[in-house]
Design a protein around this ligand. Structure first.
Ligand code: ATP
Ligand code: MG
Length: 272
């Protein structure tokens, strides 16, 4: 995306600059996190990438297509902050729904150069039940969302998104409301699913250690106007198990990101 600007009109007709001068290019198959104070435009960025909104100026392309074309080609998986599960369907029912209502759309591929993973029909349908078991939901396949914990709902939403075999997976603070240990377990499971599918991931988080652990690249944003202040490459080996997470190199990245964020927060009016 280049030269992106997004204005919103407020109720009093004044304009708010949600994003300004955003230039960002994301390598296919990489894991990119976006971090920054509340209101700096992270969710807006995801909506622009997925074509749910259009920029006021500038251009977004996804594997050579416009976001709308990419969306029509079912290139995106989206996990919103609050998992939107259908309350009357079981875990398995929610996860398999896109395949049942839109068989061809989900499984037939689509975006240039990424068509190697499937070629249509039910043959390539991922084993969703196995994926649910892998993330610890084997006992809960037939439960309704109301019977699940917050973390279980998040896992269901993540498997549903991965099950679409998207080229681009957009996750908006999916682990926001979870305790540290559940969060770490889910990070691990997310990385395993990502290793298998190699989708391009754009992941919004407020956690410094989560961003370092998961990412190839961390995009730091500041508000007023929403902009990118720094992009930090995380050059750590994968898989990032305990020995990597506890290494001095990991800690050095956390400190660098913390410093960068401190500057971003100084523009937020929350931290001085
Ligand atoms: N539909 C809208 N109408 C008007 N203003 C909007 C709209 N959506 C977002 N904004 C404004 O754009 C700015 C960026 O909002 P956005 O939701 O992208 O922030 P965010 O970084 O995701 O914040 P958070 O961390 O709190 O989720 C904010 O000032 C917000 O008030
Ligand atoms: Mg947001």
């Amino acid at each position: 995306m280049s030269g992106i600007r997004r204005l919103y009109e407020q109720a009093d007709l004044s304009e708010v600059v949600a994003l300004d001068s955003i230039d960002l290019s994301i390598e296919p198959g990489t894991f990119v996190s976006v971090i920054g104070p509340s209101g700096c435009g992270k969710s807006t960025l995801l909506r622009l990438i997925s074509g749910q909104e259009r920029p006021s100026a500038g251009r977004v392309t996804v594997c050579g297509l416009s976001p709308r074309e990419a969306a029509e080609a079912k290139a995106f998986g989206f996990v919103p902050q609050t998992p939107a599960l259908l309350p009357w369907l079981s875990v398995l029912g929610n996860v398999t729904l896109p395949h049942r209502v839109n068989r061809r759309g989900v499984s037939s591929r689509r975006v240039k150069g990424r068509g190697d993973r499937s070629s249509g029909g039910d043959r390539v349908r991922p084993d969703l039940e196995a994926m649910l078991r892998e993330v610890g939901l084997g006992e809960s396949l037939h439960k309704l969302p109301a019977e699940l914990s917050g973390g279980m709902k998040q896992r269901t939403a993540i498997v549903r998104a991965f099950g679409l075999r998207p080229d681009v997976l957009l996750l908006d603070e999916p682990f926001g409301a979870l305790d540290e240990f559940t969060r770490e377990a889910l990070q691990e499971q997310l990385l395993e699913l990502w290793e298998q599918t190699r989708a391009t991931v754009v992941f919004v988080t407020h956690s410094i250690s989560e961003a370092v652990r998961l990412s190839d690249k961390v995009v730091v944003m500041a508000p007023r106007p929403g902009r990118i202040t720094e992009v930090i490459d995380i050059d750590l080996p994968r898989p990032r198990h305990q020995e990597v997470i506890t290494s001095p190199e990991f800690h050095a990245y956390e400190l660098a990101l913390r410093e960068s964020l401190r500057d971003a927060f100084s523009h937020s009016g929350v931290v001085r």
